[in-house]
Structures are given as structure tokens and as C-alpha cells.
Design a protein around this ligand. Structure first.
Ligand code: ADP
Ligand code: MG
Length: 247
């Protein structure tokens, strides 16, 4: 396969922090419409990998190709425009705006006639907000102040804010932390739907959840890939049991 067949091709990626290699010659390919879960012990480098892909952290070496474009020297906002969406662990929503307004302001500037913050909300933006609200199960909460949502609903709203930009690669760092069992199930359904139109990378610890959503699982350890494959395969890998699942 050539690199263009993948949604994302990461090759020999390395980042050093004062000589410590948090990511060490890591190679990883994500297919289009794939939902990949990354697991591994604390400090394995999972969050750092997402930081490198979205541009929050600069690589020391190696390559990250998205849509056949080299990202490693590209500014963070340009990667967003190219179609990369990243959700951090703590939701960054506007607590005193409504759900509708949170989604509305997330509509990419320049695509709408009036701009994202215009007083007049044109039909295109309205329609998109409705579609996304439906997708994140918040259609009946459009007028609710975001600060009043449950923890899980806030997480979905932030996912919705990213979906407003129609990313082709969406990355989520521990999206179900602090959620109720029901919210976790709904999030699993949401992620399965979302990856029909894009590639999704999820970092997660909850193995039941991983089992529900993962197409493939990548296990990281000390900045490297320890194992990769189906959930079944990695779960039964003695190396994985030794450094991660056994504890
Ligand atoms: P994980 O998400 O798998 O728990 P991280 O990617 O957060 O792991 O961290 C990997 C390692 O890199 C840790 O040892 C962490 O302390 C280190 N690290 C991460 N970011 C930085 C940074 N900006 N400066 C120095 N060290 C960092
Ligand atoms: Mg982390």
C-alpha cells in the first residue's frame, strides 16, 4: 500500500524532552474509516503522540503524513484546517453559552456567508447544528446552557463542536473518564457512528469500552509500539499482559 491509501501514516516519529525520548521511532498507519484505540500504561507516550499529530508538540524526527501532506513542520491551526480534530481530556466548552451557540461558534469561519460569530445565523449553519446535535444526542438540549449539562453531555458537546468542522481525522483522549455506565454505552455508539465518515483515534483505559469500539488496538510502552492488532490478539499477547493488562 502507498501512503495515500491511509488516513494517517506516522513513520519513525521521535520526540525528545531534554534527552528523554517520549516517542521513540514510532511507526503507525491508520486506515480511512478506521477506529483505532491506543492503550498502554501511564507515561507510555499516548497523549504525546496525539500532541505531535495535532501540532501541539513538535517532533524531533520522523514523519506524519495526512492526506499525503507532511505535517511535522505545519502550524497547529493549519492542521485543523486540513481536517484534524483533537479532543483533550478536559472539555473546553463555553459554559455560559447554550448548546446551540456552542455548536454554532464551532462552524468553520469563512465557510458561512456571515462568519461564525455573525448575529444572523444562516440556514446552512442552522441545518448543520441540527444534524450534529442529533448525532451527539443533544437535540432536546439546544437551548440549555452548556454549564448545566451532565459531565457526559459536556463531553459529547465538545465532540459535536469538533464534528461541526467535519474533521477527517478525529482524536479523543480518554473520552469516557468520569462517565456513567449509560453514558459510556451511548459514547460507544456515537464513536461507532462517527467513524463511518472519518478515521478516529481514541486513547482509553477501560478495556470493556475498548472491546466495544476498537477495530484495531495499538499498545504503547515507553514511546514505542509493544503490540498491535485485534483486541483478541493484543489481549492474549504475553508482552501486553506483562506490562499492562496484568496490573
Ligand atoms: P501517557 O499519555 O501515555 O500517559 P504522556 O504522553 O503523557 O503519557 O507522557 C509520556 C512521557 O513523556 C512521560 O514520561 C511524561 O512525563 C513525558 N512528557 C510528556 N510531555 C512532556 C513535556 N512537554 N515535557 C517533558 N516531558 C514530557
Ligand atoms: Mg495521557
Amino acid at each position: 500500500m502507498s501512503n495515500t491509501d491511509f488516513a494517517l501514516a506516522v513513520e519513525d516519529l521521535t520526540v525528545s524532552f531534554d534527552g528523554f525520548k517520549a516517542i521513540d521511532k514510532l511507526t503507525l498507519y491508520i486506515d480511512k474509516n478506521e477506529l483505532r484505540v491506543i492503550i498502554g500504561p501511564n507515561g507510555a507516550g499516548k497523549t504525546t503522540l496525539l500532541d505531535l499529530i495535532c501540532g501541539k508538540t513538535r517532533a524531533s524526527g520522523g514523519s506524519i503524513k495526512f492526506k499525503n501532506t507532511e505535517l511535522t513542520q505545519m502550524a497547529e491551526h493549519k492542521r485543523v484546517r486540513l481536517g484534524i480534530g483533537r479532543k483533550f481530556q478536559t472539555p473546553s466548552i463555553y459554559e455560559n453559552l447554550s448548546v446551540f451557540q456552542n455548536l454554532e461558534v464551532s462552524y468553520p469561519k469563512g465557510r458561512s456567508v456571515f462568519g461564525a460569530l455573525a448575529f444572523k445565523c444562516d440556514d446552512e449553519v442552522q441545518a448543520k447544528v441540527q444534524v450534529v446535535a442529533e448525532e451527539i444526542s443533544l437535540s432536546d438540549k439546544l437551548d440549555t446552557e452548556a454549564g448545566l449539562l451532565s459531565h457526559g453531555q459536556k463531553q459529547w458537546l465538545e465532540i459535536g463542536m469538533l464534528l461541526m468542522q467535519e474533521p477527517e481525522l478525529l482524536m479523543l483522549d480518554e473520552p469516557i473518564a468520569g462517565m456513567s455506565a449509560r453514558e459510556r454505552d451511548l459514547t460507544a455508539d456515537l464513536l461507532k457512528r462517527i467513524c463511518a465518515n472519518r478515521a478516529v483515534i481514541v486513547i482509553e483505559h477501560d478495556m470493556e469500552f475498548v472491546k466495544q469500539i476498537a477495530h484495531k488496538v495499538t499498545v504503547m510502552h515507553q514511546g514505542k509500539i509493544l503490540a498491535e492488532g485485534s483486541m483478541d490478539k493484543v489481549q492474549n499477547d504475553p508482552k501486553v499482559i506483562d506490562v499492562y493488562l496484568g496490573h
